[in-house]
Design a protein around this ligand. Structure first.
Ligand SMILES: [Zn+2]
Length: 272
């Protein structure tokens, strides 16, 4: 449809870009859309084309106005890094379906946004998210297997919620950051109601359990010592669970947010 007459009978309406404010997820989002406007009475009507694009336009504007990466920006940064969607998925620990959805209009969470920035923006590889090490799924498996040997029981269990495994890993990464200057696994942790949790653990568990250990960087003697000391301090699941719930890192971070490695210097548990 290329022409539309004003329903009030003035004349043909003109196709224009118009600005409009739309309430969306509690924010007044400013968008610009194609519309037909009557030059006499200024009445406007969306075009058929704009009706189809409007949800995506609102989602993009919302993300831009709330400081999240927009779909276009995610795509552009990914291409600038020479990555496919599958490569970004593997690097960031998200499913490729999520990457596709975010690039085409779905809105990522704040914590997902931080993780995406980490992998898409040069120089944002901050200590505070990864503990100064590149994220390594094989290393997570290696650290977890080393805990299993020290504890004399399995902690990586299929379909598990990682309630306990994640807390052992978290202490290992935090202690390594504090004592050695870098984490063991490069993992990012989130504050969930039941304690510190490996970020995106649901997507990662199978990959961790099946990770190829043939090329993984061996644990140093200092790292082995940290794992041993944590295992001796918390021989039971319940102990590591309770200790994690007394950590300021967890108590003073909001639910759903990432727990930064800057908390490594404020660990409450006495692990000798
Ligand atoms: Zn009119």
């Amino acid at each position: 449809m290329n022409q539309m007459n004003c329903p009030k009978g003035h004349c043909a309406m003109e196709e224009k870009k118009v600005q409009r404010t739309v309430p969306f997820k509690g924010v007044q989002v400013n968008i610009i859309e194609d519309a037909f406007v009557c030059p006499v009475c200024k009445l406007s009507a969306g075009t058929v084309q704009s009706a189809g694009k409007i949800q995506q336009t609102i989602a993009e504007a919302y993300r831009q106005q709330t400081g999240l990466l927009t779909g276009k920006k995610i795509k552009r940064l990914r291409k600038e890094k020479g990555m496919t969607q599958a490569e970004l998925a593997e690097l960031s620990g998200f499913g490729v379906a999520s990457i596709k959805r975010w690039e085409t209009g779905a809105i990522q969470s704040q914590s997902a946004d931080k993780t995406l920035r980490l992998h898409l923006i040069e120089g944002s590889q901050e200590d505070s998210f990864t503990g100064n090490r590149n994220f390594s799924i094989p290393r997570i498996r290696l650290v977890a297997n080393t805990f299993e040997a020290a504890l004399g029981r399995a902690i990586l269990i299929a379909n598990d919620q990682m309630l306990f495994a994640a807390k052992y890993l978290w202490y290992a990464d935090m202690m390594a950051k504090r004592e050695l200057g870098r984490s063991m696994t490069g993992a990012t942790y989130a504050n969930l109601t039941y304690g510190p949790q490996l970020n995106n653990y649901k997507d990662l568990l199978d990959d961790i359990r099946n990770a190829d250990l043939s090329k993984v960087e061996d644990l140093t003697s200092n790292e082995l010592s940290i794992i041993q000391r944590i295992a001796e301090t918390f021989p039971e699941d319940r102990m590591v669970y309770d200790a994690a719930h007394k950590e300021l890192a967890w108590l003073e971070t909001r639910t759903g947010e990432l727990i930064l490695y800057t908390w490594a210097d404020k660990l409450v548990a006495k692990i000798n």
